[in-house]
Design a protein around this ligand. Sequence first.
Ligand code: NCD
Length: 318
Amino acid sequence: MKHLRSIDELGADGIVRILELSAHMAEVNRRSVPKVPALVGRTVVSLFFEDSTRTRISFETAARRLSADTMTFSVSTSSVNKGESLRDTVETVSAMGVAVFVVRHKTSGVPWQISQWTDASVINAGDGWHQHPTQALLDCHTIVTERGLTPAVGCLAGLRIAIVGDVKHSRVARSCTEAFTALGARVVIVAPATLLPPDSSPWTDGGNVEIVDDLDEVIGGVDVVYMLRMQRERMAEALVPNLGEYSTRFGLDRRRAGKLRDGALVMHPGPMNRGVEMVVDPLEVPGSVVTTQVTNGVSVRMAVLFDVLGGSETEVSR
Ligand code: NCD
């Protein structure tokens, strides 16, 4: 796989391949010196046109653990501020000999555009409301490892996963819904009508996704509750009457956390809005794997970097 721009282009077999490779990378990360020479001499550039804490640092850590060189492109100190176009920026950085661009941009589709302007691999680290494939992969890896499963097509069959909140603006919800269902899970979207995509039929038509608007109705019957951030920076209008009311209906508070089944996982991609969608402190919830998701992000991004650069499992265990 030369690029990773969406879950769809990876497909179920591709997801399984990355999950298998992620397990090897997790083993590397448990070593006292968590570093392998797999990508010596290759350069990984993070090209982030939108804010990020965990995704950017996680990719850079992953690249370094594979012994790649890293470059960080910071929009605020670059010639973008002098009016340089995206294409000129990419061609300039590319001319320095780059193996991978890790791209985040507020406009959907930018990673596809960039892959037409460079010979390097392109990994989508979030494009607008559209896709965030490595987040979905690290979430699949987290569910698989926490439940003691073996990566395989259909390995999440029998699991019911609730994705709760601002689905409309969420590239995480789009990528996760595709990835979870590709591995056989059933997804329940829980959101007010104003925070749903204009047309959800491509999801519901497949029969593995249902949409409800009452969190209390489903919370006791699911295996995973995946809380989404309320993405206020992406809203041009008031889509919820007020945050307090939203939180009362769709927030994870102590009462709702108490209704979770034994062994149910609580997930959030971060950053969390405490007191909005996350009312309870995740540390108080036995099934919370929010920090494990962050830890797993490094192994999964190592797997993705290795995969787009044409690596194989044998090379990593050396
Ligand atoms: C997500 C993103 O940027 O899409 N965060 C992340 O990458 N961990 C989710 C969000 O911003 O709500």
